[in-house]
Design a protein around this ligand. Sequence first.
Ligand code: TYM
Length: 344
Amino acid sequence: MTDTANSYTGPERVFSGVQPTGNLHLGNYLGALRKFVLLQDSHDCIFSVVDLHAITMPQEPGALKENTRQIAAAFLAAGLDPDKAIIFAQSSSPAHMELCWYFNCVARMGWLERMTQFKEKAGKDKERASVGLFDYPVLQAADILVYKATHVPVGEDQKQHLELSRDIAEKFNREYDAPGFFPQPEPLIKGPGARIMSLKDGTKKMSKSDPSDLSRINLTDDADTMARKIKKAKTDPEPLPASMNELSDRPEARNLVGIYAALNGCEDQDVLNEYGGQGFGAFKPALSELVVESLAPITNRFNEWLADPAAIDAVLEKGGERARAIAAPVISDVRDIMGFWKKG
Ligand code: TYM
């Protein structure tokens, strides 16, 4: 029995998740949150604070709950509307874990061994990594497919995990003779901001786990801090060129142009049309102004939400209920398809 990408005929649905593992940064905003906000008007959307993924690395129990609220607050501050999109904590919808187990028996060791994120996060001593860290991408597939999500807005670093989700969906449908049961989720990656790089090294992605805070703009930074980080961002002595081809071996300059274009809603080339021939002494202040102007309203709303944890909890609680209601019939069908016993 073959299963093709097109055999799923159910409705379109968007799912994505963000880990509560520290401050969100400009990369998370441009690669993920901003796309979420754009999608909520046209699609059925589910956005999760993926706390079960967070515990694949050590977490302080006391801090986890607070970090979960913080990411929910960032979703709301970025412009997600809880009356439109479902916003919830992953652990409040246990169906993710149940489907993850079923998928553990579908996914192959070899598939997971190829995952570059595991290799990066486990480091040299793989024997000491948690089994959960190895299994991370299978839980990610379960997150998406337990809602039969068809579209997944993410940054470029998640491409390989999304391919794995597609492989798992395809193998499940084929092995259990259930063509079209699970969709083949489409990653929504393209567009400006899919890969924002470190301000200190244009060859490394901007990351929550970079030890240098100067490498990233946090959504919690105040205006002065943002401006200072841009001022200190690594560049080179050359002025900006007239065309993007000339930036191919200048990763830091390319990154700053990319950030400007993403925030301004224009093409990289448009930025060069305006700033080509000028040095960073002129470009950096313009970029600072744009970053501050774009992020300050989000930072303000973020702080307002954080001051009202009960309101955040109410959003998460309602979101959890809605998420569980969508997952329940999917899990029930999976159990029937796999042949688990039930009274009857
Ligand atoms: P996380 O929490 O690491 O990152 C959240 C989102 O931010 C994007 N991102 C970036 N985009 C552009 N430039 C960057 N420098 C940058 N850094 C991070 C990530 O691509 C992501 O979209 N595995 C996911 C969480 C997850 C998930 C899911 C996502 C769990 N289950 C199901 C989608 C669907 C992650 O690590 O996100």
